[in-house]
Write a protein that binds this ligand. Structure first.
Ligand SMILES: [Zn+2]
Ligand SMILES: [Zn+2]
Length: 199
């Protein structure tokens, strides 16, 4: 069974194939916080410690069925992750590396939390916490046993790269390997605003 994906207003819809290798994580890094502030969605995206909940998986498991033209992307720097969002309603969608040959996406829970099945039913419990140093307040680190689950995902990222199926990636054009939307670079003033908000 697939897990439904959609932006808040319903323009963008799709689904995630539920492979055994998807992992739930929470990232506390300042860039993820800045992204939520950029979208003016910090109140709904970030938890009380400033964490962004994600489902880490392979881009080939993500399918968009409508509204792809509303998918936009930004980056906090010229070498940072591509941060994808719905331009219609500023729902964060996910983060991908800039290089299509690294087939990874961290889908943000905001676009996966709809009706049933729950995130827990589809992807299991949160197994990883990342960048806890920039969390607000104290956050317990990841138990070592859960690192094995993440290792499974990393193995499939490498496998996908080697067998060529990395080209099946809805965020990048198959022919050129370029992102389907031009990454919006922030102006200096915008960057200052969102990074200060993330402190
Ligand atoms: Zn929308
Ligand atoms: Zn992060």
């Amino acid at each position: 069974m697939n897990h439904p994906l959609q932006c808040r207003c319903g323009t963008i819809k799709g689904y995630v194939v539920r492979p055994g290798t998807a992992n739930r994580a929470v990232c506390y890094c300042r860039d993820c916080q800045a992204f939520a502030h950029f979208l003016e969605r910090a109140d709904t995206v970030l938890d009380e410690h400033g964490g962004t909940a994600i489902v880490a998986t392979l881009p080939k498991h993500v399918r968009f069925t409508q509204g792809l033209e509303a998918l936009a992307c930004m980056s906090l720097s010229d070498h940072g992750l591509l941060r994808w969002y719905a331009s219609c309603c500023r729902t964060p969608i996910g983060n991908t590396p800039r290089d299509v040959k690294t087939p990874y996406v961290g889908l943000i829970d905001s676009c996966l939390k709809g009706n049933s099945p729950s995130l827990q039913e589809s992807f299991g419990p949160v197994r990883m916490v990342l960048n806890t140093k920039s969390a607000k307040g104290r956050v317990v680190s990841t138990p070592a046993s859960n690192l094995l689950a993440m290792l499974g995902l990393m193995k499939s990222v490498i496998g996908t790269r080697l067998n060529g199926t990395y080209k099946r990636n809805p965020f990048f054009a198959t022919e050129t390997g370029r992102p389907i939307a031009h990454p919006r670079e922030l102006t200096k003033a915008e960057r200052e605003r969102v990074t200060n908000a993330a402190q």
